[in-house]
Every structure is written in C-alpha cells, then in structure tokens.
Design a protein around this ligand. Sequence first.
Ligand code: GLA
Length: 421
Amino acid sequence: MSWSFRLAETTVKQTLEDSKMKTITSLLVLLLLSLPGVLRAQEKPNPAAGLALTPPMGWNSWNKFHCNVSDPLIRNMADAMVKSGMKDAGYEYIVIDDCWQVSRDKDGNIVADPQRFPNGIKAVADYVHSLGLKFGIYSDAGEKTCEGRPGSRGHQFQDALEYAKWGVDYLKYDWCHTNKTQDAPTSYLTMRQALNATGRPIVLSICEWGTAKPWLWGAEVGGNLWRTTGDISDHWAGRKKWSDGSCCSNGMLDILDLQVGLASYAGPGHWNDPDMLEVGNGGMTDTESRSHFSLWAILAAPLIAGNDLRDMRPEIHDILTNKEVIAVDQDALGREGERVAKQGDLEVWAKQQQDGSRAVVLLNRGASEQGITVTWQELGYPDHLSAAVRDLWQHKDLGKFTGKFSASVVSHGVVMITVRP
Ligand code: GLA
C-alpha cells in the first residue's frame, strides 16, 4: 500500500469519526434541550387518576324533578342528604341534571338560568362543598341537551374551564342532538381531555344509553361510568316506546336483564351504569324498591338516588341507607355481580367480595311467594364448604350452612345474604 493511499485512508477515517462525533454531540444537545419538557410531562399528574375507585354515590335531580331545578332545591337536597344520614351512609355527589342552562353569552360562555339560579352556579357549588359534599352538573356532546338547552359541542374546553372555576366535581355528559356522523368514543374523549386540561379531578359520567356499546371503550376514553341502557322509568317491569316511536323506556327489571354479560367490563374507576335509582318515587312498592336497591348493589352500580330527600317515608330512608347493602356495592374489589342461576321467575345473582365471601341476591320475579336455593357450586365454592350466612335486610346472622342455602322469597322480593366461608 502506498504512503499516499494510507494517508488518504486515514483522512477518510478521521472525517467519518468527526461526523459520528458531531451526530452524537447533536443528539446529546437535543436530549438535554428536551429534558425539561420530558420531565415536566412526567411530573404532570393525571387529575382524573384515582377517581371513582368504588361506584359513585349521590343524588341527581332528573328522576323526580326533571326541568324543575333551582338554587333553593339543590341546597335543600344537600341539607337533606346530610340530615337524613345519607351522607354518613356514603352518598357524596349532588348533581344538577338538565335545564340549569339557558343560553350562551356573546363570548360563547354558558349562561345559567338567571331566574332559577340568581346567584350563579358557583354559589350553589360552594354551598354543597361547605357541607362536605361534592357537586355535579350536566351537559351534552351535541348541539343541544335532551331538553333543548345549549350543549357543549364546539365549546368543550370553554365549558370545562367554566365548570372547574365553579368547583364542579362530576359531569354527566349526554348524547342528544349529536349529529349522525359524530363518533361517540371521540366525543367523550374530547370532553375528558377538556376536563383534564383544567387540572381539576372531575368524574366523567358517560350518558350515551348503551347505543355504541360504551362498555367496550368507556374506560379507554376516560369515562368513570357509562349508561348501559335507555332511561329507567319508575316501574317494576315492562318496556314502553317513547312518544316518537323510538325504543324505549325500561322498567327496573328490563334494565336488569340488559346487564347480563357486561360484568367483566366494570372495575375500580370504570363502572357500568344501569341508570339512577327510582327508590322513593312512588312507582314501585317497598318490596320492589328493596329489590331494586339490592340488585343495583349486587351490580356494583353507581347509587345515585333520584327521589325527594326532604320527604322520605321511614321505609324508603331505611332502604337508601342500609349500610350492609351499600357495603356490597362499595366493596373494594370492584367486581360486578352476575346472574348465576335462572329458573323461570326465580333467579340467583352473586358478587365476589374482597375478603373471598360472596354477596347473593335471591330474586323472585313471579306473582307468588316461592322457595329459592343457591348452591355453593353456583358461587364457585366446593360443596363440602361450611359458610356463615348473614341476612342483609334482617341484619341477622342465620348460622352456618354446607353446600347450599334456601329461603322463601315473597313475590317481587329478594332475600339478600352474604356467604362467608
Ligand atoms: C336523557 C338522559 C336522562 C336525563 C335526560 C335529561 O334522557 O338519559 O338521564 O339526563 O336526558 O334531559
């Protein structure tokens, strides 16, 4: 190899080394420059993390009061929630549903009804917070709400900022007047992003009636609960078409039947929502109301009361504040219960609890009193197991049982127990 060739080779090598060094140096500089951004992004906590680790509990204005909402009504309900012992039993959110809003101002800000909320929404939220409760509000992913009030489409970030300023802790976000091409997951994700951009932890309640199967995408877009069905109506059973011919308002049992197969989608932070409670609204007997409440608890459903809390008969009060039944709903494992047996009108629903026990509802949908048996096998236990059974409505230990438990259940009633090995 000639001297001149060697020299040329060395120069080429040197040039290559230099350019490698330059590339490495540029990369290092880039990395250093972007580090603060990376660190900031890592530091920024997700404000929605840790919300609704158990199903949300509270009160909402819609089922009883519809559009008849006002500042004094909401304050009265918050007072009643405390005085009635419901707050102590775990109820937390006071939520104003549709009709609090009337228009937008020239800058596009949402305007609350000045007659019904003369002090504005923040004053109501402050009052609710002063009682140690949380405050929720309602909007819609379309142009208008179901009652024709302004919806949030095109104003999501602006509305979220306003809610955060007011101290909103919970948003129920409806699906009326959306346009035909609007994509549900994207619409709910946009609102979740808008809520998170405020930095305030706000529960997102997806109210899309199960149309686009929100159990498949609700958690992914940051929903904490999602309605699985159309609206509940205050009766035991029987679907009725809406006045425009579309389907349907559901009785309590119709909604129950629509929950079958959805249990695996629920868990801490993200719940199937079979709609708000009708307990105390007059359309069901006390026996039926007890069944409604027991079934919602076994479903790990959000427990959102929808009755007039100022005016409860003792029977209704005792249903809504049964701490043993509420404990089943709120069990930290966050398992939704399932129907494990059905024979005609007789059903067994069971829910695994954190301590390995099972909560069980024996449901009689029929017209006369009947005996119902739950076997340990149906609960996933071996036959020979001896387990303590406790009745959650009688508040009574019933003793130890092996292999099965039977009880007589009145028409439209339940027996609700825990089975603890
Ligand atoms: C829809 C919802 C209801 C209620 C009304 C209010 O029907 O499903 O729960 O919020 O709108 O207009």
